[in-house]
Write a protein that binds this ligand. Structure first.
Ligand SMILES: NC(=[NH2+])NCCC[C@H](N)C(=O)O
Length: 646
């Protein structure tokens, strides 16, 4: 699968504290001691700046909340000083947890393997690490550095810089922490249900994951074209149209309510198709007439699409998802031209009456024109890709479907590479990525179905999520405290948020079990727990009686307590996490960050640091506000509505 390495690998975890210690024994290098730190300090590697309230706007440099990038810039110049060769200066920076530092530069070992035996003055990775550290230019970001184990350069960030960066964000807005991606325009092809079929729980995953990815890329300054590649073309329309004509001789009479239950309509026409040979023949002829553009048939087709669209839109509205429909039929007029172009390139060959493209490594060819002369899913997808690259000028095209379609994407991406539409190197743009996801399972561990083995309808799921969360709120006595409207809105935010989060928090490639009790629990890693945590932070601020907007203008953040510092550092990592989740197309990375933020806030900060009435009240209220802002942005990026009181 294209880009599979990126997609399957879990986020890189930095070497843990323990492994660092272990390695340090192996490499006979002492762990950094206070004397190391002192030495580092004497080499002007300690930079402490006093945090000041900032009344002026931040410079572009200060706006960047992405610590990893800022450190990479510093280390790049230090690496360059050691190895003047341009190709060797890609800094490897990773956050780390441990008493030696907040971040690490992991270049020493790689550099050593390149320079050893070539008359270098260095004696091994630790000495390369020392040199990297010594060459680090002065910066207010870094408080101290040390070298550990096989040359890891540990960096302790300056807490006054962390504080200042958070103050800047509070003053200038969270948008100043948005990642800047290389890509300017992307297509995210998601949801994409099929006409005349009910949207089911499989489409739920595509809708939720695709929306989250689109939001993350949009936030990262990418122009995103949200595309609903609806299945609105194909042989099934012959059967549907014929059935429509049979039951509604006058098309004007067909209302939404008449065939509102499209699943039932589809089933009934399929029954008719299977049972009656004459009907079947008429249905097959109807396909030809539709494709030939006969007006009555086109009208009937439009009617069916329109009714389906209204049903889909209701779901999108409830989920707060925006999409622009460009269904399969949209690309029809372009298909012949694209097949011609591919033929002229010598890619299309005859095989058993069909026209196909052979793909290296695949045991079957990609059929682009069927033996009856018709086009198929692959011809449409190749054409849509061509359109997106050439007409829409997208540099990154992302497709969100179940992993079952992986081979299809793999094949037509390879065909596009053969045609020279995409570079052979997956790390280059323009690029196409398939975002696959696993199955939704029921409690029995099998595919999620209703008791009568029917496909579960999305609307029913959403109704139940809402009604269950409403019941839970009523049990907490909220019906007495709140207006009916507040109760409804919160029940929706919590209910739909729970369904979305339960899906997004898993690595999307794994199957997951749909379990209302678990997703609506207010304990553990659930949307309910997180939404309530956010509401509680808002209530701390409200109850303080302070005007938070005034505090934001002049207040100073101090991170003297370990809990304050840990919270501050985690807040600062928001930008690099969004960048990682967006570029690797993994929303679960952002969920993990959000959950950890809430845990650090509660367990490290709030339980140890009194906020209201303390000497540090202003600073701590600002930390509460910054946490609430970052949490809300995470909710937004995951497509979840926040709640402010609970
Ligand atoms: N460009 C694409 N093939 N997008 C995905 C389409 C998904 C398809 N309609 C389905 O329900 O399985």
């Amino acid at each position: 699968m294209r880009g599979s390495i990126n997609l399957i690998l879990p986020p890189i975890s930095p070497p843990s504290f323990i492994s660092l210690n272990r390695l340090s024994h192996l490499y006979f290098s002492p762990s950094p001691s206070s004397s190391d730190l002192l030495k580092a300090a004497s080499k002007k590697l300690v930079f402490a700046t006093k945090t000041q309230p900032l009344s002026t706007m931040a410079t572009d440099e200060e706006r960047v909340g992405n610590v990893k990038r800022q450190l990479a810039k510093l280390f790049e110049s230090s690496l360059r000083a050691i190895v003047p060769d341009e190709s060797d200066v890609e800094p490897l920076i990773a956050p780390c947890t441990g008493k030696f530092g907040d971040y690490q530069c992991n270049n020493a070992m790689g550099l050593w393997s390149k320079i050893k035996g070539k008359g270098t003055e260095f004696r091994g990775p630790p000495s390369v690490g020392q040199a990297i550290m010594k060459n680090l230019p002065p910066s207010e970001i870094v408080e101290s550095c040390s070298v550990a184990g096989p040359g890891f350069v540990n960096v302790v960030l300056s807490k006054s810089w962390i504080a200042k960066t958070i103050q800047n964000m509070l003053r200038d807005g969270i948008e100043t922490w948005a990642p800047q991606l290389e890509v300017k325009r992307a297509v995210v092809d998601f949801s994409s249900p099929n006409i005349a079929k009910e949207m089911h729980v499989g489409h739920l995953r595509s809708t939720i994951i695709g929306d989250a990815l689109a939001r993350m890329l949009e936030f990262s300054n990418v122009d995103v074209l949200r595309r609903n590649h609806v299945g609105d073309w194909g042989t099934q329309f012959g059967m549907l149209i014929e059935f429509l004509f049979e039951n509604y001789p006058n098309l004007e009479d067909v209302s939404e309510t008449a065939i509102g239950d499209l699943q039932a309509f589809y089933k009934a026409s399929k029954q008719r198709f299977d049972d009656d040979a004459a009907f079947k023949l008429r249905a097959q002829q109807a396909v030809v007439k539709l494709q030939g553009g006969e007006s009555e048939y086109r009208k009937a087709w439009s009617k069916i699409c329109e009714i389906s669209r209204k049903e889909f839109d209701k779901v999108y509205q409830r989920l707060g998802v925006k999409l622009e429909e460009k269904g399969e039929s949209f690309y029809n007029p372009y298909i012949p031209g694209v097949i011609k172009e591919l033929s002229e390139l010598g890619l299309v060959e005859e095989s058993e009456g069909a026209r196909v493209i052979f793909i290296e490594g695949a045991n079957i060819p990609l059929i682009v024109v069927k033996s009856d002369g018709g086009f198929n899913y692959a011809s449409t997808d190749l054409t849509a890709l061509w359109y997106r690259l050439n007409e829409e000028k997208a540099e990154w095209i992302v497709y969100v479907t179940d992993v079952g379609q992986q081979q299809h994407f793999d094949m037509f991406f390879k065909a596009a590479k053969r045609a020279g539409w995409l570079p052979a190197d997956d790390s280059k743009y323009p690029k196409a990525s398939h975002v696959g996801f696993g199955l939704v399972l029921g409690e029995d561990g099998k595919r999620f179905r209703t008791r009568s083995s029917e496909v579960v309808r999305l609307v029913d799921l959403l109704d139940e999520a809402k009604s269950r969360s409403k019941t839970a709120l009523i049990e907490r006595g909220k019906a007495k405290e709140w207006t009916e409207q507040e109760l409804e809105q919160t029940a929706e935010a919590v209910g739909y948020g729970a369904v979305k989060y339960a899906d997004l928090k898993n690595n999307r490639l794994t199957n997951y079990t749909f379990d209302f009790d678990q997703m609506l629990s207010d304990k553990g890693n659930t949307a309910v727990y997180l939404l309530y945590a956010h509401a509680r932070i808002c209530s701390i601020i409200r109850k303080s009686g302070k005007d938070i907007d005034e505090l934001k203008k002049a207040g100073v953040i101090v991170l003297d307590h370990a809990g304050e510092r840990e919270l501050g550092l985690h807040l600062l990592q928001f930008s690099e996490v969004v960048e990682e989740a967006g570029t690797n197309l993994l929303p679960n990375v952002l969920c993990e960050y959000l959950y950890n933020l809430s845990e650090i806030f509660t367990k490290k900060f709030y339980s140890n640091c009194q906020v209201v009435g303390s000497a540090e009240e202003t600073s701590r209220l600002l930390l509460c506000e910054a946490t609430a802002i970052v949490m809300r942005k995470c909710f937004y990026l995951l497509g979840i509505e926040p709640v402010y009181k609970i």
